[in-house]
Design a protein around this ligand. Structure first.
Ligand code: FE
Length: 199
């Protein structure tokens, strides 16, 4: 079963006056939903991933990718526990289709590939699978399991694959209920720079 690619009404228009403001509104309005079975909300998870990007001196485009990598979860109407029901929500594709209208490839490519990056690292980094949280191990099975060598070679041919691996590590780490982050507003300048960088 695939996620509905339809976007909520107010985000359907790609000619929005201020898409960055709308994205921030969406994160505020829907970000308190659960992040699967993890101990953080969607907004906390997004802020922690973006903060880790900031702490690692990432570009604004990659900070935007970290903040928005799971926006697909907020753009479909499937329940938070979809994986429990054997449903892959394909949130990376929903997010990618939305972001590519507004941002450049340095933002939307890592978002598109961040689930594949988990499958890739299960093959390329021995011991990685064991570091994944249980919900992430469960969703991995729905997402196709570890890559084979041919898929990994294909993955490495994407010019954004190293940035995607970085994003994946931040994603996996951004599940700490105690971590303090800057507020959402602090990331607005990075979203605006990433938006302006669209080729
Ligand atoms: Fe995530």
């Amino acid at each position: 079963m695939e996620a509905d690619m339809n976007l909520p009404g107010r985000l359907k228009q790609s000619d929005s006056q201020d898409i960055v403001a709308e994205i921030i509104d969406l994160l505020r309005a829907r970000g308190d939903s659960g992040y699967g079975h993890e101990a953080v909300t969607q907004l906390e998870h997004a802020l922690q991933a973006a903060t880790l990007a900031l702490e690692n001196n990432a570009t604004s485009e990659l900070i935007a990718a970290a903040l928005l990598h799971d926006i697909g979860h907020l753009l479909h109407e499937l329940p938070d526990d979809a994986p429990d029901q054997g449903i892959d929500d394909h949130h990376e594709r929903v997010g990618f289709h939305f972001l590519k209208s507004h941002f450049g490839p340095a933002t939307y490519e890592p978002v598109k590939m961040h689930v594949d990056a988990k499958r890739y690292m299960c093959l390329a980094r021995p011991g990685y699978y064991e570091t994944l949280s249980e919900p992430s191990q469960i969703s991995l099975r729905l997402q196709g399991g570890p890559m084979d060598a041919e898929e990994a070679t294909q993955f490495e041919s994407n010019p954004h694959y190293q940035a995607t691996v970085e994003l994946r590590i931040w994603d996996d780490t951004a599940k700490d209920p105690e971590k303090k982050t800057p507020p959402l507003e602090a990331f607005e300048p990075h979203l605006r720079r990433a938006f302006a960088a669209k080729a």
